[in-house]
Design a binder for this molecule. Structure first.
Ligand code: BTN
Length: 242
């Protein structure tokens, strides 16, 4: 399957969406050395140091009803977490799909899709990994909240090898998900979770929820135990408190 390589693009996910619209196949990958307009979740921008980090997007054509497409985000976080651990960094997953090391962000995933009522046309999984960026190279506002594989491991990580490992893991977990459903993904996510059992604060639009992250349910929603009972969070921003 083609791997589309670019020195510089606005966003690999924008390129991948365009290719998907033009008929690109399941598994095609877009990777770039640099992004000038990297996008994060919730309309945020995504910083990616040119030549030091990894920014790639994978086109998927899953055989899933649109309501289940959000499971793919957790599939990707499990695969990526495994690849990071294989690279010697004991990362964990912050719900829903951030990879963190000692509460600092190592990687993020942005899932976008186009679907009809009962059919997914395409999903683009956009993955950004802080591989070899040094703390001093991060924008000041990110320094306290972000880190990289190299910082965590104390030595650089070859980016091409890491990309190959991440894609291999992704393929394995996508196959597993297609064959066995969400069950094994949920189990692995729980294993890798850095969220469950901890006090969290969840921002839900203009509301803030504080409680203990208890579990994820069979749709991947986060269950938070608060003074008022168990709350189910389908989307939101989680902060780990302690
Ligand atoms: C997040 O944590 O907010 C998600 C970040 C996703 C960033 C990646 S980098 C490759 C792909 N292209 C983009 O513009 N965004 C994703």
């Amino acid at each position: 399957r083609p791997l589309h390589y670019f020195e510089e693009v606005g966003s690999t996910s924008d390129v991948a969406k365009q290719l998907a619209e033009e008929g690109a196949e399941h598994g095609e990958v877009v990777v770039a050395e640099a992004q000038t307009a990297g996008r994060g979740r919730r309309g945020r921008s995504w910083f990616s140091a040119a030549g030091r980090n990894l920014a790639f997007s994978v086109i998927l054509r899953p055989d899933l009803p649109p309501q289940r497409a959000s499971e793919l985000t957790l599939v990707a976080s499990v695969a990526l977490c495994q690849a990071v651990r294989d690279a010697g960094v004991e990362a964990g997953i912050k719900w829903p799909n951030d990879l963190v090391y000692q509460d600092r962000k190592l990687a993020g995933i942005l899932t976008e899709m186009e679907a009809e009522a009962d059919r997914v046309h395409w999903v683009v999984l956009g993955v950004g990994v802080n591989v070899n960026v040094r703390e001093a190279e991060l924008p000041e506002d990110l320094r306290p909240i972000a880190t990289s594989l190299a910082e965590a491991r104390g030595e650089p990580v070859p980016r091409a090898l890491f990309l190959a490992a991440a894609l291999t893991r992704l393929e394995e977990w996508l196959d597993r998900h297609a064959e066995e459903g969400f069950g094994p993904i949920r189990a692995a996510w729980r294993d890798f979770s850095d969220t469950l059992g901890r006090e969290v604060s969840v921002r839900l639009g203009d509301r803030e929820l504080v409680g203990t992250a208890e579990d994820i349910d069979d749709a991947g929603a986060l269950l938070v135990r608060t003074g008022g009972g168990l709350e189910r969070v389908l989307s939101g921003d989680v902060q780990l408190l302690r």
